[in-house]
Ligand binder design. Structure first.
Ligand code: CA
Length: 236
């Protein structure tokens, strides 16, 4: 059974483009253009993922997410109109799982959608609610660096890289947000969790360890770059 995605976007040309590209990836896609219809469609259709625009007529995406979060744990990927920290923070507070800033490429959208659906499958499997397994050898490739999601293995020049579990999770998180600036706080919250007792230096330490394992010259990183005053960005 294909996974179901509900697309909530009032701008018709974007709604159609999103639906077209997601269908092409084999997903079962439903589209709506306002908040009330989104609630109705989510309740009836029980999608695996909701792509939710913030700017919607009548009821905005924040409100939709806030209401849905009380009813379901379906993954929510928010679309924000600008690179606005407030939107991002509010989006995560009301329960969105990830966000994407407009304009974005369809390739980027598909990568995020896959990441969210993958996470949802892991959660379901851990909870023992389903026995859905990953397609054979789903991989993320960045030049000579390959992350095998099925085996949870990383190779560099076809040689296995020994990573601790948290190093792997951090690398995967960075890779899933390819070329996006990620603050230390955001990384900490998503890789270590809300209830983690520690500080953002934890992120720096793990980044340093990862760099020693995947960078050609760890002192001059090309893959995981530091963004001044911000955090990190994975360049691939
Ligand atoms: Ca809109």
């Amino acid at each position: 059974m294909p996974e179901k995605i509900l697309v909530v976007e009032d701008e018709l040309s974007l709604q159609e483009t999103l639906a077209y590209n997601l269908k092409k990836e084999g997903y079962d896609v439903e589209t709506v253009g306002d908040g009330h219809s989104a609630l109705e469609a989510a309740r009836k259709g029980k999608p695996d993922l909701i792509v939710l625009d913030i700017m919607l007529p009548e009821m905005d995406g924040f409100e939709v997410a806030r209401i849905l979060r009380k009813e379901t744990s379906t993954a929510i990927l928010m679309l924000t109109a600008r690179d606005d920290e407030i939107d991002r923070v509010v989006g995560l507070e009301v329960g969105a799982d990830d966000y994407l800033t407009k304009p974005f490429s369809m390739r980027e959208l598909i990568a995020r959608v896959k990441a969210q659906l993958r996470r949802a499958r892991y959660i379901r499997e851990e909870a023992g609610m389903a026995s859905v397994s990953l397609p054979a050898h789903e991989k993320l490739t960045f030049g000579n660096l390959v992350i095998d999601l099925t085996r949870r293995e990383v190779t560099l020049n076809a040689e296995p890289v020994q990573l601790k579990p948290k190093e792997y999770e951090l690398l995967l998180f960075l890779a899933e947000h390819h070329r996006q600036m990620l603050s230390r706080g955001f990384i900490l919250e998503r890789v270590w969790g809300w209830d983690f007792i520690g500080d953002s230096r934890t992120v720096d330490v793990h980044v340093r360890w990862l760099r020693q394992k995947i960078e050609t010259s760890p002192g001059e990183p090309k893959r995981i770059v530091t963004v001044r005053g911000g955090g990190y960005r994975f360049e691939g």
